[in-house]
Design a protein around this ligand. Structure first.
Ligand SMILES: C[S@@+](CC[C@H](N)C(=O)[O-])C[C@H]1O[C@@H](n2cnc3c(N)ncnc32)[C@H](O)[C@@H]1O
Length: 226
């Protein structure tokens, strides 16, 4: 039995997107967007403005990060997965392939930038996974308010400073034993923007057990205790 990840449609779509990403000069692209990632996190810029300025930049989970998402989703036997930050849908493809191989379910993903949401939707169709993905256009602080009660897994991959507010929105819907996956935790640029999130998730009073894996720029896993 083979994995959906290896099916022609999914593999071809992922390869097309990841190859395009490899060809980007990421530092130059961020600079052209007016965001200096070596400087302060642009707190004065709204999430929407930053999404607009960076709408052509592919900034996905890494290949091993994507494979880890597939593996974790399969291991959890997850049927309901929520994602903050769709972009062009690379991480979503790994998640949806795993949900399909778990027997079906849904990946609810949300993106603020309309062109990206449209292209991601096209990518899900090209991969043959559109029936598993609910793409919600808009600000995750609003679009993730309506969720099923039994979320198995949450991927936080949108702007760093919004990860704690988004976790707090989704948290009541996480089932005991759900997994929260947070990408790029070592990319804590500027004024320690990630510190507040890290403090929250590592405080036992908040009910998580977490560990950071040295995958690409750091992938943190947090188990929601029952
Ligand atoms: C790092 S990218 C996500 C990459 C994607 N998970 C992947 O692996 O291909 C972050 C995305 O979050 C989106 N975003 C940022 N703030 C948002 C918000 N408040 N609501 C929804 N999407 C948001 C950005 O427009 C951007 O496309």
């Amino acid at each position: 039995m083979s994995s959906t990840l290896e099916s022609d449609a999914v593999a071809t779509t992922l390869e097309r997107l990841l190859t395009a990403e490899d060809k980007q000069d990421l530092a130059a692209a961020w600079k052209a967007a007016g965001v200096d990632l070596r400087g302060e996190f642009p707190a004065e810029m709204s999430a929407a403005e930053m999404a607009e300025r960076t709408k052509d930049i592919i900034m996905s989970v890494s290949r091993p990060g994507g494979q880890l998402l597939y593996l974790l989703t399969r291991t959890l036997r997850a049927r309901t997965v929520v994602e903050f930050g769709t972009s062009f849908g690379i991480s979503t493809l790994y998640l949806a392939a795993a949900v399909r191989d778990n027997g079906g379910g849904q990946v609810i993903t949300t993106e603020l930038q309309p062109d990206k949401a449209r292209q991601a939707t096209e990518n899900f169709a090209a991969a043959g996974l559109a029936d598993l993905v609910d793409v919600r256009l808009g600000d995750a602080r609003e679009t993730l308010r309506e969720l099923p009660d039994d979320v198995d897994m949450l991927l936080l991959d949108g702007w760093l400073d919004l990860r704690l507010p988004i976790l707090r929105v989704v948290e009541p819907r996480l089932r005991p034993g759900a997994l929260v996956v947070i990408d790029d935790v070592d990319l804590d640029i500027g004024r320690g923007v990630y510190a507040e999130f890290r403090d929250y998730i590592s405080d036992p009073a908040n009910g998580y057990f977490s560990l950071t894996l040295p995958v690409h720029q750091g992938v943190q896993l947090a188990l929601k205790l029952g």
